[in-house]
Design a protein around this ligand. Structure first.
Ligand code: PHE
Ligand code: CO
Length: 309
C-alpha cells in the first residue's frame, strides 16, 4: 500500500500524511538507522524479537490453513515457489534470491508507508516496498497500517506470477503518470479493488487474490462467504469511480476472470479515461450501478445507514 491507499488523500508526504501514519513511519525507523533517499532501509533482521517471530508463525499457520480452497492457485504456487519461512520473519535477501530469478522483482524494506511517488517509482522498477516491522500481539486480527506480514505474506507470492508481476510494474508506471495528471484518486481505487481486495473466478468457484484479504483471517471468510457485500465483474471504469472504505470489510468486491484480463484491460492509455471519468459522479462503496455485471447483490446486512456506503 502507499499513503494514497491508506487515506484516499494523496499528496505530499509533509502535507497530507496523517499524524498517525507519520508517527508509525518514525517508529519504524530505528535510531541510528540510515534512511536512504528512496525511503528504504536495510532490513534490521537482528532486531526481530522472539515475539515478532511467534506472531509471524501464528499468522502464517492460521492463514495457510484458512486459505486452502479459498485463495487462487497462483498465490499458492507463488508461496510454494518462494519457500517462504513459516516459523520466523523471512529475511528479504533470501526471498529475493528466488523472486529475482523468477520475475526480476525484489522486496525492499521501508519503515512504513512511503510517499506516493516514491512508492510508484519502486513498483515501476520491480521493487516492492515492505514494512519491516511486525504487528503487536494485540493487533493479530486487525491493524490499519501495512505491517511485514501483510506486505510479505500478502503481496509477495503473486509477484512470482509473470502476468501479475507485469501488472504491478505497469501500475507503478501508471502511478507516476497519474500523479502528473492529478488522477491518483482514480488510480488508487484500481489498486484497492484489485491488488488489495480482488477476487478471481475459477472453475472451482470464487477465489481470493487481494493481499488485504489474504492477510486477514476475518476477511478471508467474509469476502467469499458473507451475503452482505456485492460481488461485481471487473470493470476498470466502474472501479475508478468507486469510493472505498479503509476501516471496514469491503462493501463490494470486483471479480476478475484471469490475470491476463486484468493486465489487458489496464493496458490502454488512461489519460483520456481520467478526463472522462472526472466529469462523472463517484459511486459509494456499496452501490450497485446500471451496467454492472452483477454476480450477487449484497444484502447489506450489518451496515449502518450513517456510513458512507
Ligand atoms: N495503462 C495505464 C496508463 O496509461 C497504466 C496502468 C497499467 C495503470 C496497469 C494501472 C495498471 O496510465
Ligand atoms: Co497492501
Amino acid at each position: 500500500m502507499s499513503i494514497a491507499m491508506a487515506t484516499e488523500a494523496p499528496g505530499a508526504f509533509q502535507g497530507t500524511l496523517t499524524d498517525k501514519l507519520k508517527e508509525q513511519f518514525d517508529a519504524g525507523l530505528l535510531s541510528g538507522q540510515e534512511l536512504r533517499p528512496d525511503f528504504t532501509i536495510a532490513q534490521p533482521v537482528h532486531r526481530y524479537t522472539s515475539i515478532d517471530h511467534a506472531i509471524w508463525r501464528k499468522l502464517y499457520e492460521r492463514q495457510a490453513e484458512m486459505l486452502r480452497g479459498r485463495v487462487s492457485d497462483e498465490f499458492l504456487q507463488g508461496l510454494a515457489t518462494l519457500g517462504m519461512e513459516k516459523d520466523r520473519v523471512p529475511d528479504f535477501d533470501q526471498l529475493n534470491e528466488t523472486l529475482m530469478r523468477a520475475t526480476g522483482w525484489q522486496v525492499v524494506a521501508v519503515p512504513g508507508l512511503v510517499p506516493d511517488e516514491v512508492f510508484f517509482e519502486h513498483l515501476a522498477n520491480r521493487r516492492f516496498p515492505a514494512s519491516w516491522w511486525m504487528r503487536k500481539p494485540e493487533q493479530l486480527d486487525y491493524l490499519q497500517e501495512p505491517d511485514c506480514f501483510h506486505d510479505v505474506f500478502g503481496h509477495v507470492p503473486l509477484l512470482i506470477n509473470p502476468v501479475f508481476a507485469d501488472y504491478m510494474e505497469a501500475y507503478g508506471k501508471g502511478g507516476l503518470k497519474a500523479a502528473g495528471l492529478g488522477a491518483l484518486d482514480m488510480l488508487s481505487r484500481l489498486y484497492w479493488y484489485t491488488v488489495e481486495f480482488g477476487l478471481i473466478r475459477t472453475e472451482q468457484g470464487l477465489r481470493i487474490y487481494g493481499a488485504g484479504i489474504v492477510s486477514s483471517q476475518g476477511e478471508s471468510i467474509y469476502s467469499l462467504d458473507s451475503a452482505s457485500p456485492n460481488r461485481i465483474g471487473f470493470d476498470v471504469r466502474r472501479i475508478m469511480r468507486t469510493r472505498y472504505r479503509i476501516d471496514t470489510f469491503q462493501k463490494t468486491y470486483f471479480v476478475i476472470d484471469s490475470f491476463e484480463q486484468l493486465f489487458d484491460a489496464t493496458r490502454p492509455d488512461f489519460a483520456p479515461l481520467y478526463e472522462e471519468l472526472r466529469a462523472q459522479p463517484t459511486l459509494g462503496a456499496g452501490d450497485v450501478a446500471p451496467g454492472d455485471q452483477v454476480l450477487n447483490v449484497g444484502t447489506r446486512e450489518g451496515w449502518a445507514d450513517t456510513e458512507d456506503i
